[in-house]
Design a protein around this ligand. Sequence first.
Ligand SMILES: [Zn+2]
Length: 139
Amino acid sequence: MSEEPSHIQDPYVQLLKRQIKRAETLTAEHLTCRRGALGHHWQAVQPDFKTNVRGALAVAYQCQGCLCIKRGVVSKRYGEWLANPSIEYPEGYLLAKVGNEPTVSAQSVRAAFVALVQSDIEGLPEMIALEHHGGVPTG
Ligand SMILES: [Zn+2]
């Protein structure tokens, strides 16, 4: 049984393998921030721009992991984005396009991320036990 089963060789799995290889080239911070891993952890920061739209607020958030910055203009009253927010990524975060195929997928990021994390499981923080007060755990 040295050959992989046929389902492993299908085009989807081949694409996934290429995506996992690309995900593995990311730094730990950049990998951790991606969809499929933990995602960005945003903090509100002072915006470096202003808006003159009435009833609107310029907002900026920065990820404490990869340091990317999200900027946008939000309606104070209803909270909708008045223009799509833009994200400025640090160098190395975005992967070079390869043809038309998605560079990585959430699944490929998850595969690379769990491999990274599991290789250092001793370095993970300990879980803090939740106190239960007679409630039934859900979800
Ligand atoms: Zn991030």
